[in-house]
Write a protein that binds this ligand. Structure first.
Ligand code: 13P
Length: 338
């Protein structure tokens, strides 16, 4: 399949991406929060429960996996990537090695993982991955993000994306401007503009074919401690405006991260964006917490209640699938989750 077609399949109308690529450290925290021990078996059980749910076929175009998961076999003996493929979804893999302290900057990070990446990509392709993810993180503060952080992270993202396309996979380019802080929505707009501009400069220098990429950005929202709250309509307007001005039109798909928004906020904001989407971008979700928070809670209540966990997940996947078409509504949230 051509890279462009894979990117379009991942973001097809009515579908989006399930970001289940939490590192073992993050999974430890997530499972601890629902009083479940973070063992390899429990991590697989939770993920296998989601990946084998009937909701996958209808609403999930791609799944981002972590290194541990892409190598696991389900209790039925098939590999996790094969289970995802069986549900007509594309298996993907997070390939960065995390955001590490950026030398020369007090509080900022640079995402590492370029050394040996070409060899790791070859192995992931053989294991079934057809797309990848790399997340750069930007903090908003008085002096942040610095141009050092904006430039170094964009450079790394572009080198990553070029290597991934060389390996015949679609790179998800994820520059995440964090919502932590008391900044207002306009500050988020300004910083995201600078970050996206630098990313697309570097992607061009590194000869990345934008048609074979997916952008995973933050929405334009106020900081989590900002006193001035704004409506979903304003978030949608500013987000779409920022994307139209700063993302080249060749990019086929834009799949947002949820970034600490509640499940409902993430669905509502995506829906508002799609209601006014007058571009050719396929605009959808690539949520971690935004898709899994309630399912994780149900898992914590009873690890073996597969039906309940899958129903809870199916509801969230369906709501976000509707949001990707601008067809979500608050009333639909009230649909019973058995
Ligand atoms: P959240 O939706 O929880 O922000 O996770 C998405 C993700 O993959 C971050 O890299």
């Amino acid at each position: 399949m051509k890279l462009e077609d894979i990117a379009k399949k991942m973001c097809a109308k009515g579908k989006g991406i399930l970001a289940a690529d939490e590192s073992t450290g993050t999974m430890d925290k997530r499972l601890k929060s629902v009083n479940v021990e973070s063992t390899e078996k429990n991590r697989l059980t939770f993920r296998q429960t989601l990946f084998s749910s009937a909701a996958m076929k209808n609403y999930i175009g791609g799944v981002i996996l972590f290194d541990e998961t892409i190598r696991q076999k389900t209790t039925d003996g098939i590999s996790v990537p094969d289970l995802i493929l069986k549900n007509d979804s594309v298996p993907g893999i997070k390939v960065d090695k995390g955001a590490k302290k950026l030398a020369g900057s007090f509080e900022e990070t640079i995402t590492e993982g370029l050394d040996g990446l070409r060899e790791r990509l070859k192995e992931y392709y053989e294991l079934g991955a057809r797309f990848t993810k790399w997340r750069a993180v930007y903090k908003i503060g008085n002096k942040y993000p610095s141009s050092q952080s904006i430039k170094s992270n964009a450079h790394a993202l572009a080198r990553y994306a070029a290597l991934v396309q060389e390996s015949n996979m679609v790179p998800i380019v994820e520059p995440e401007v964090l919502m932590d802080g008391s900044h207002d929505i306009n500050k988020c707009y300004e910083v995201t503009t600078n970050v996206l501009n630098e990313c697309y400069n570097e992607l061009e220098i590194h000869k990345v074919s934008l048609k074979g990429t997916v952008l995973k950005p933050n929405m334009i929202i106020p900081g989590s401690d900002c006193k001035k709250k704004v409506s979903s309509e304003e978030i949608a307007k500013k987000t779409l405006d920022c994307l139209k001005k700063n993302v080249p039109s060749e990019v086929p798909g834009i799949a947002f991260l949820s970034g600490g928004q509640s499940e409902i906020e993430a669905s509502k904001n995506l829906n508002e964006i799609n209601k006014i989407n007058d571009t050719n971008f396929l605009i959808t979700f690539s949520y971690g917490r935004g898709l899994q928070a309630s399912a994780l809670k149900a898992f914590g209540e009873d690890l073996d209640n597969t039906k309940k966990i899958q129903n809870v997940f199916a509801h969230r996947a369906k709501m976000n699938g509707l949001s990707s078409k601008g067809e979500w509504s608050e009333n639909l949230e009230k649909e019973a989750v058995a």
